[in-house]
Design a protein around this ligand. Structure first.
Ligand SMILES: [Zn+2]
Ligand SMILES: [Zn+2]
Ligand SMILES: [Zn+2]
Ligand SMILES: [Zn+2]
Length: 456
């Protein structure tokens, strides 16, 4: 996967001018001493596995698993203003390069599967947002599904795209132009985002892509790219320029797991930039009109306003009484955003995220005397004998034995700093990724003890 980039690095290290002839524009402007990319580091680190001091690797392996689970969890939990009304276009590469089998079964099929997961998760996390899907194929950008707030439209389109054989070259410029056109009419109170999955190491464009990048910046479109092969200069440039200099918007997936994580991380609403909020104030778009219709039951089927199908039951628009079959939706008659209040509640945790829990050293576990997880009651490993003595030496054998992978807690306990309860790694993951609440804080009877906001 990384082969082509190694050649690039070698060339540019030796002689930049010489490399110009063979490699083209992309490596000429590559910085000579650039920091090692994240995906390059991972490739080098793969085989490092240190056994514990007593020769066993059991503890280390367990620790590694915990550490990797936790690494996924640890996010920045500072409450930030996030754009929870998003307008996002997902652009999938459907060019020749997607026939490669380095991701199983093929890049193309894996991408379709992940895209379906992405659509589900996107609407789970961003219920009042809009999504559209484009494909890049034979030098053209093709619309797979229109901008809509209904996940089923996109999933049907993706399932149909599974049968299309990848062919030709991708064109980033055509894709960005089409995305720009689709996002042009979206209201200013939401974000405009383009997410590109690119398997190829080239883009075949009809004109100057730099003009398109400038147009994207003007339209306040943020582009994020996930590469499947190796890093490309033009992608880095597109992402950096459209994200106000932020370099993290472009990543190359190392393997299937990494690819999935990167795609799924995009479902978290982006942080609003100061310039966005200023523009919002000028537009006076701080208030957004929404309808909260209730479900109706009907004895005879009637036509729905959204598809023109005969359906029984549905939701009546709170303003014009048109019937729609699913929520969230935009009323086809009067353009009112129709959602359920539970949809809004689901977006809430992005604005007030649950704080990360901290690792618990043996000394702290001893002090608290926790023997089982507060969430699921599974037993914790017992505090080792050395720690039960009042005066323990810092460099004692216990210290060496309990050394585990970076990021994993030596006592397998994780503490919520608000309520002080201890949890296992699985409850940690579940609380932060699924329920977004702390079981300890929620079960406190006295409201003055609980500092957490209600519900969520
Ligand atoms: Zn309908
Ligand atoms: Zn209406
Ligand atoms: Zn647990
Ligand atoms: Zn808590």
């Amino acid at each position: 996967m990384a082969d082509s980039d190694h050649e690039y690095s070698n060339h540019s290290d030796e002689d930049d001018a010489g490399a110009l002839g063979g490699g083209g524009r992309s490596l000429a402007s590559r910085p000579k001493e650039r920091a090692q990319a994240r995906w390059e580091e991972t490739v080098n680190r793969n085989w490092e596995l240190q056994e514990g001091a007593d020769g066993s690797i059991e503890g280390v392996l367990g620790g590694l698993e915990e550490a990797s689970k936790r690494k996924r969890l640890l996010k920045d939990t500072t409450p930030l203003q996030r754009g929870i009304i998003r307008h996002t276009l997902l652009v999938l590469d459907q060019s020749d390069a997607m026939n490669e089998k380095d991701l199983r079964p093929t890049r193309h099929l894996l991408t379709i599967n992940y895209a379906i997961m992405f659509v589900r998760e996107f609407f789970e996390q961003n219920p009042i947002s809009q999504l559209g899907i484009l494909g890049m194929r034979e030098g053209l950008a093709k619309r797979l599904s229109d901008m809509s707030g209904n996940p089923n439209d996109h999933i049907t389109a993706l399932k149909a795209a599974r049968a299309t054989e990848p062919k030709g070259n991708p064109s980033l410029q055509n894709a960005l132009d089409m995305a720009r056109a689709a996002l042009h009419h979206t209201p200013s109170h939401g974000t405009r985002e383009v997410v590109i999955v690119l398997g190829a190491l080239l883009t075949s464009d009809p004109g100057d892509i730099h003009d398109t990048i400038k147009a994207c910046i003007r339209d306040k479109i943020r582009v994020r790219i996930i590469g499947l092969a190796a890093q490309m200069h033009i992608c880095a440039e597109i992402c950096r320029k459209t994200n106000a200099g932020d370099e993290t918007a472009y990543n190359v997936a190392v393997d299937e797991v990494d690819y999935k994580q990167q795609l799924m991380s995009i479902t978290t609403p982006p942080v609003l930039r100061a310039t966005d909020t200023e523009a919002q104030k000028q537009n006076q778009a701080a208030l957004l009109m929404m309808g909260f219709p209730s479900r109706i039951a009907e004895e005879r089927p009637t036509l729905c306003a959204c598809h023109g199908n005969l359906t029984r039951g549905g939701y009546l628009c709170s303003r014009c009484k048109a019937k729609v079959c699913n929520l969230p939706a935009t009323c086809p008659t009067c353009d009112l955003t129709l959602i359920l209040s539970t949809h809004l509640a689901r977006s809430y945790h992005h604005l007030f995220p649950l704080k990360n829990w901290v690792e618990v050293p043996w000394s702290r576990a001893q002090k608290k005397g926790s023997v089982q997880c507060f969430g699921c009651l599974s037993a914790f490993p017992a505090v080792p004998g050395e720690y039960q003595m009042a005066n323990r030496s810092e460099n004692g054998p216990a210290n060496a034995r309990t050394k585990r992978a970076e990021g994993a807690s030596e006592s397998s306990r994780y503490e919520c700093e608000t309520c002080g309860e201890h949890f296992c790694i699985d409850c940690d993951v579940f609380s932060h990724e699924v329920v977004h609440n702390c079981p300890g804080c929620q079960s406190r009877a006295h409201p003055d003890v609980a500092e957490m906001p209600n519900g969520g």
